[in-house]
Design a protein. Structure first.
Length: 437
């Protein structure tokens, strides 16, 4: 006996009565596999709505699963407004009555049979969303991104399922935003081309005015000098009107560029985040469906499923992740709708203001040009010209000899014609048969 090895273990100093008297402590059953997640106990009092509902759906329960848990908390319901219950939480009692060993149908009837207020005892599941975001979820997100822009027939031919959101009115708003952005881009390009043409025209007016002003300065006759100077000044004024109009319209392009290159990209970034939240939510929905199908197939074969028999914690974790992904998706969707509504209002108000500003500036420019040219009617202009004005010096003109040869040939032809006319005049007889006999 003395040589035998003795094994000792420390005796717990915790009072069992004190441990079980704490309602916040949850003792997992021997068959439960909580996958490292912690659970705390609690209760909540929910007041039913007019339809005698508290706004939750229940899953699990006998005979397959030892736990009854919340599958989904519906929006705008007493449970959602209270916020205590979440998807994946275990329901252990209703109005102080234990629900262990009961089916989900029996528990639902218990809740429906109670009027007004219902007290739900639950075990809160403290799940880490990072633990639920597995490689399978990431791959499902990638698949949704690929299938999103794919035709339904193509997706079916490739064997890819398409998880889409029905009645998604945001898609129409996105298409409308893209059309608006394309319209703004085309408007900016056309406006720049028009302003460039007006600037080139103004430079021509400026050069034209300088030429006429120079002529006016050099003209000795006073009336002609004044006429040329007035005509040149009118063209210089048109150049000034064009520059003034360009300075007025240039901020319009800056505002349109701000809308096109800042407001629209910012909305697109928000849409990108929204799509990421959407694909993640759809991935969790698809994961839940796959796990449900797995449970149904095992139940049909009457085969046990480990995760179901041990509390279905993995499934409850995915349910919690799906609920949080849905909350993020709803928030991002709301943000995108608000931004796109503000963008649409800015587009409607801004484009009208900018076009009115542009049309007003163009109308003023053309009116000013018309008025200044209307007062510059100076033609015809009388100019004194010297006798030698149209006398050109040909002494130094270049001649390569080709023109001289042509002129010599023409002179010879003229001489022959003159000679024939003279011989005809002298009565030279023409011999030969004129009729060809």
């Amino acid at each position: 006996m003395s040589g035998a090895l003795q094994e000792y273990s420390l005796v717990s100093t915790m009072d069992m009565d004190d441990m079980y008297s704490d309602n916040k402590k949850h003792q997992p059953m021997p068959w439960e596999d909580n996958m490292g997640m912690t659970v705390t106990s609690g209760h909540v009092v929910l007041k039913k709505d007019t339809q005698n509902l508290i706004g939750i759906s229940i899953g699990g329960g006998a005979p397959l699963c030892p736990c009854l848990y919340v599958v989904q908390v519906f929006d705008n319901t007493p449970a959602a407004k209270d916020g205590a219950l979440a998807a994946g939480d275990e329901i252990v009692g209703v109005n102080g009555q234990s629900v262990k060993g009961r089916t989900k149908v029996e528990v639902a009837r218990m809740i429906q049979s109670i009027k007004s207020e219902v007290t739900i005892n639950y075990n809160k599941l403290h799940a880490d969303p990072k633990q639920g975001k597995s490689l399978d979820i990431v791959l499902k997100k990638v698949k949704h991104r690929v299938v999103e822009n794919m035709n339904s027939n193509t997706a079916d031919a490739l064997g890819l399922s398409r998880a889409i959101l029905c009645n998604d009115g945001l898609l129409k708003k996105l298409e409308e935003m893209e059309r608006t952005a394309n319209m703004y881009g085309g408007l900016i390009i056309q406006t720049r081309k028009l302003l460039k043409a007006i600037f080139d025209l103004s430079q021509s007016h400026k050069a034209f005015g300088e030429v006429f002003a120079d002529i006016g300065v050099r003209e000795p006759q006073p009336a002609a000098s004044e006429a040329f100077s007035q005509f040149g000044e009118a063209h210089r004024n048109m150049e000034k009107f064009a520059i003034k109009m360009l300075k007025t319209v240039k901020p319009m392009i800056s505002d349109l560029n701000t809308f096109l290159h800042k407001a629209v990209p910012d909305t697109r970034l928000t849409v990108k985040k929204y799509l990421d939240a959407k694909f993640e939510y759809l991935s969790y929905c698809l994961k839940v469906k796959e796990m449900d199908d797995e449970e149904y197939s095992y139940a049909a074969l009457q085969e046990p499923l480990y995760r179901v028999e041990t509390g279905n914690y993995e499934y409850r974790l995915v349910l919690r992740c799906r609920q949080e992904a849905r909350s993020r998706f709803a928030k991002m969707r709301s943000d995108v709708l608000v931004k796109m509504e503000l963008l649409d209002q800015k587009h409607v108000q801004d484009i009208v203001f900018q076009l009115q500003k542009f049309v007003t500036a163009m109308a003023k420019y053309h009116t000013d040009c018309h008025n200044v040219m209307k007062t510059a009617v100076v033609f015809p202009i009388e100019v004194d010209l010297s006798r030698g004005t149209f006398t050109y010096d040909t002494a130094n003109s270049f001649n390569d000899g080709g023109d001289d040869d042509e002129e010599a040939e023409e002179d010879e032809d003229d001489d022959e014609i003159i000679g024939q006319e003279e011989s005809g005049a002298q009565g030279t007889a023409v011999t030969g048969n004129l009729l060809g006999d």
